[in-house]
Design a protein around this ligand. Structure first.
Ligand SMILES: [Zn+2]
Length: 108
């Protein structure tokens, strides 16, 4: 695996609040049932923050490496990385669990 295989994403701000059109009720459990892992650690490369016990955020992100599709994705991260002020591209851990929003939206 070369470094080029690492997935880079950018957080999409303003998607989590209840008033947002992008808010998905029950997102966390839908993410897991759609195949996302309930990892106990933030999925951002180099971040070792524990997100076990409900300290996780399911962040809306988009790919920024230009080679992947433009569909919005979901990834499990810590509160620091799911922050509207965090607009820097983030590298994900190898094997990080990424699920498309389309796969999650509409689930019961
Ligand atoms: Zn993190």
């Amino acid at each position: 695996m070369s470094h080029n295989d690492r997935i880079f994403v950018q957080n999409i701000g303003g998607t989590g609040s209840a008033g947002s059109p992008y808010h998905i009720p029950g997102l966390s459990s839908k993410f897991v049932s759609a195949g996302g892992t309930a990892s106990g650690t933030c999925q951002v490369y180099g971040c070792g923050t524990s997100i076990a016990g409900g300290h996780h955020h399911t962040a809306h992100v988009r790919y920024v490496d230009g080679r992947r599709g433009g569909d919005w994705q979901l990834v499990r991260v810590c509160p620091k990385h799911n922050n509207r002020h965090n607009t820097e591209p983030m590298a994900l851990k190898k094997g990080a669990s990424v699920v498309s929003v389309n796969q999650v939206r509409g689930r019961k």
